[in-house]
Design a protein around this ligand. Structure first.
Ligand code: 7TS
Length: 412
């Protein structure tokens, strides 16, 4: 494996760790501002994938031979790394999935179908990604429960008083996004969790956008579930995590069925494997787990101080510079915000702005960002979204500002 940049870490060293950042797009240096969709991968992670397939490749948890044991050891070490990263109590609480979406669906299926019934209520917010809306709609329809929605204000902040009014002894689950992918709003999750627990409800945090940007400590938060994706935190696609408190996971129904998740199978009756294997049927994403461990090691080496300082600087600078552009309106102005700037440029369609930026090598996301109900609430169809991470620079924001100004001239 290649070495990770040694401290004190500079932005130049960090950027040199990401091979893709030195490529050109449409004849210009790539400016990658679509980090909320997926982050780029450092060489350290790419090497972990290659090393695994070159030197270890074997199936896990079943082989007596050397390679299988090596693969199993490394894959299970990845579970330890995740446990450490989010400060879980036990590896039994770390379930590997293929992403945030699957993690939420797992809870809807295995917790929801056992513990949520007719007349019960589930609370989500207006800020949710579709993957934290649709599984609950399907569940509610199936079991006769009701979905309640916490409203947001014009700034994109949830209404905490309205939330408290929605809570009652009927509430069985609150499933809420930690940081909004569309607007960057950081939700007051400590208060949300505390209030939910007062009425006996469980809380699932959608941590997809929180995990890459700040330390998340599940024991301090006291959330019951946390869902996140490896690919948004410098790891590979096809790999995700569901954290759940052990006593709750123990009581839940199995999810997918097959190999790995069983203890004993007879045609008369099957018993299920212990945690964390109970929810992991079939051959897992072994390379994905090992590369996720490399991503965690990489982020730990860069350190939260560097990541948070760089991202705060980028957010402040971009907000200030973009606000100076005539006709530009920032959508999502929460007091507590992560490094995402969603904007509209006059009456121009976000897609047209995105295409002009792409011609300049600048990657932003345009559209509803899988948050159609939020867009409807804000009275818009979509936005242009620039999402920054710790390897982005002020100079790249200058390029974005110039690009947006150019788009403004071309489309007017
Ligand atoms: N929840 C949030 C808050 C997200 O931002 C996303 C992906 C998901 C859930 C789903 O994650 P997945 O890894 O299972 O797909 N968000 C985005 C985005 O903002 N642009 O593309 C994907």
């Amino acid at each position: 494996m290649s070495e990770i940049s040694t401290s004190p870490i500079t932005i130049e060293q960090v950027r040199a760790d990401f091979p893709i950042l030195s490529r050109e797009v449409n004849g210009r240096s790539l400016v990658y501002f679509d980090n909320a969709a997926t982050s780029q991968k450092p060489r350290y992670v790419l090497n972990a994938i290659e090393d695994y397939y070159k030197k270890i490749n074997a199936n896990v948890h079943r082989g007596v031979h050397h390679l299988s044991q090596r693969a199993t050891d490394e894959y299970e070490e990845a579970r330890e790394a995740v446990k450490r990263f989010i400060n879980a109590k036990s590896i039994k609480e770390i379930n590997f999935t293929k992403g945030t979406t699957e993690s939420i669906n797992l809870v809807a299926h295995s917790f929801g179908r056992k513990f949520i019934g007719k007349g019960d209520e589930i609370i989500i917010s207006t800020l949710e990604h579709h993957s934290n809306i649709v599984p609950w709609q399907i569940l509610c329809e199936e079991v006769g429960a009701t979905l309640k929605i916490i409203p947001v204000n014009e700034k994109g902040e949830i209404d905490i008083d309205a939330y408290e009014n929605l809570l009652s002894e009927k509430t069985k689950l609150v499933s809420i996004v930690y940081i909004s992918n569309s607007l960057g709003t950081i939700n007051p999750v400590n208060a949300i969790i505390e209030k939910a627990h007062e009425v006996g409800a469980k809380v699932l945090l959608d941590g997809a956008q929180a995990i890459p940007h700040q330390a998340v400590n599940v024991q301090a938060l006291d959330c019951d579930f946390l869902a996140f994706s490896s690919h948004k935190m410098c790891g590979p696609t096809g790999m995700g995590i569901l954290y759940g408190k052990e006593n709750i996971l123990e009581e839940m129904l199995p999810y997918q069925a097959g190999g790995e998740m069983i203890k004993e199978v007879t045609f008369e009756k099957t018993t299920y494997n212990a945690l964390p294997f109970k929810f992991e049927a079939g051959t897992p994403n072994i390379a994905g787990g090992i590369a996720l461990m490399a991503a965690i090691e990489y982020l730990e080496k860069v350190g939260w101080e560097f990541i948070e300082n760089q991202e705060q600087m980028l957010l402040d600078y971009a907000t200030q510079q973009l606000s100076n552009i005539e006709g530009l309106r920032i959508v999502g102005t929460a007091e507590n915000k992560a490094s995402v700037v969603s904007f509209l440029l006059g009456d121009h369609h976000p897609y047209d702005v995105g295409v002009i930026l792409d011609q300049l090598g600048i990657a932003v996301r345009t559209g509803h960002h899988c948050c159609q109900p939020l867009m409807k609430r804000l009275g818009i169809e979509g936005t242009c979204r620039a999402s920054f991470t710790f390897y982005n620079t002020k100079e790249e924001i200058d390029a974005l500002v110039k690009g947006v100004e150019r788009a403004n001239r071309m489309l007017s």
